[in-house]
Design a protein around this ligand. Structure first.
Ligand SMILES: C[S@@+](CC[C@H](N)C(=O)[O-])C[C@H]1O[C@@H](n2cnc3c(N)ncnc32)[C@H](O)[C@@H]1O
Length: 186
């Protein structure tokens, strides 16, 4: 059963977005490899705090936000009400009607570290499968050894090669690892 966020959790996320929107979410969105005509997936979009800043960079492209939670997705819809052309999907990424090999970029912001191992073993192949050849997968996750090692191993096992990696200190969140992987071929 999917645990839905409380009203308080959503409120706190909105406050964080309001006070740290530029330093946390916009700064990350600006480091993503975005092209104006790119097709981009925000996996685990939550409130839509990163999507709010990526959407304006895709005037000829497409942004798709997915989340497992109906309440987070409703909150995301509200955050993005001024951003036309964004599509929202709720559900397991491996069960959504998204064509394989159709995305230029998939990004995951504070999502993967919280997904249990057996679920991650289904999620990462699904995300890798959605990328075009040459497409990128970017993540920013807390700097915690074990979850990160599993994420990195699964990405490599699914044909993705690390291109960039950096540690950043994020307000409220502490040290994080930001990485970008590239899919070499379909
Ligand atoms: C900590 S929040 C981060 C939200 C957003 N990316 C951000 O940085 O503001 C984690 C989000 O991932 C979603 N999530 C967790 N497991 C998921 C899964 N298996 N598939 C899709 N979304 C998931 C949660 O519902 C939640 O919205």
């Amino acid at each position: 059963m999917q645990l839905e966020p409380s009203f308080l959790e959503i409120l706190l996320a909105r406050l964080a977005f309001r006070f740290f929107g530029k330093t946390v979410y916009q700064a990350y969105a600006h480091r993503l490899p975005l092209r104006e005509d790119a097709r981009v997936l925000d996996f685990g979009s939550g409130l839509g705090a990163v999507a709010y800043y990526t959407a304006p960079h895709l005037p000829l492209g497409q942004l798709i936000c997915t989340d497992i939670s109906a309440r987070w997705l409703a909150a995301c819809r509200r955050t993005l009400r001024g951003s036309p052309g964004v599509t929202l999907y709720r559900g397991n990424i491996y069960a959504l009607p998204l064509p394989p090999g159709s995305f230029d970029l998939v990004y995951c912001h504070f999502v993967l570290h919280d997904i249990p191992r057996e679920e991650l073993e289904r999620v990462i192949p699904a995300l890798a499968g959605l990328l075009k050849a040459g497409g990128r997968l970017a993540f920013r996750e807390p700097l915690m050894g074990e979850p990160l090692r599993l994420i990195q191993t699964l990405l490599e096992e699914n044909g993705l090669t690390q291109q960039e990696s950096r540690v950043t200190d994020v307000p409220l969140m502490g040290n994080t690892l930001e990485s970008i992987y590239r899919k070499e071929r379909i």
